[in-house]
Unconditional design. Structure first.
Length: 202
C-alpha cells in the first residue's frame, strides 16, 4: 500500500512538473511573439516560432515564471533569432537563459492582382493585400497599412508583384513646357507673373 502511494505521489510530481514546464515554454513563446510584433511594428503580423531551444534547460525547468523576453541588440526579427529570457525562480531569485529559435514573420503588403500599366492609378481594383514573408521583402516595400491614395505605377507591374516605393510614384502635376502662374509674396508685397515650366514637377 505504501509503495502504491509512493508511486502515485511521484507520478503526480512528474505530471505537475511537466505541466509547469509546458506552461513556461508557452509563456516564453508568447512573449517572444509579442516582442517580435513590436520590433516589426505590426500587430497584425503572423509570426511562427518553431524549433526553439534554451541554452540552459535546467534553469527553465526550475523557474516559477518568465519575467520578460527581449531580442539581443541588433538581432533580426526573422530567420535564426536569439532572444534573452529572464526567469523568476521559486525562491524569488532571477536567472537568464538564451533562446535560439527559427522565426517566420509574415506581414500584409500591397500586391498587384493583375497587370498594371505604367502611370495607372493604384486602387482596390488592381491591387490587393497579401501576407508575405518578411525575409523575402525589400526594405522599401509598401505595407498594406500605408494608403495608396494618389499613387500610380512607376512602371508596368505584373500580377503578383509586391509594391515598393520605387515601383510606385505620384503623378506629375507639371510637365516641362507647361504654362504656369507664378506668385511670390513677401509681407504685404505680392508679385504675380506667367511663365513656362523649365522642368517637370510633382
Amino acid at each position: 500500500m505504501i509503495l502504491v502511494r509512493t508511486i502515485t505521489t511521484l507520478l503526480l510530481i512528474v505530471g505537475f512538473s511537466g505541466t509547469a514546464l509546458a506552461d513556461l515554454n508557452a509563456d516564453v513563446e508568447s512573449q517572444l511573439t509579442t516582442v517580435l510584433k513590436a520590433v516589426v511594428n505590426d500587430t497584425t503580423a503572423r509570426i511562427k516560432v518553431s524549433e526553439w531551444t534554451v541554452s540552459k534547460v535546467a534553469l527553465l525547468a526550475r523557474a516559477r515564471q518568465v519575467k520578460h523576453v527581449d531580442l539581443l541588440p541588433g538581432e533580426r526579427p526573422y530567420g535564426k533569432v536569439t532572444a534573452r529570457a529572464e526567469l523568476v525562480n521559486a525562491d524569488g531569485t532571477t536567472s537568464t537563459v538564451f533562446v535560439l529559435a527559427d522565426v517566420d514573420v509574415r506581414i500584409p503588403v500591397w500586391v498587384a492582382k493583375r497587370r498594371i500599366g505604367s502611370g495607372a492609378p493604384l486602387n482596390g481594383l488592381v491591387v490587393t493585400s497579401e501576407f508575405r514573408s518578411l525575409a523575402s521583402l525589400s526594405a522599401n516595400v509598401i505595407r498594406a497599412s500605408a494608403p495608396l491614395t494618389g499613387r500610380i505605377a512607376a512602371r508596368t507591374l505584373t500580377p503578383g508583384t509586391v509594391l515598393t516605393q520605387t515601383a510606385t510614384t505620384t503623378p506629375r502635376l507639371v510637365r516641362r513646357g507647361d504654362p504656369v502662374h507664378i506668385q511670390v509674396r513677401n509681407g504685404n508685397v505680392l508679385i504675380r507673373a506667367r511663365g513656362r515650366a523649365l522642368a517637370a514637377g510633382r
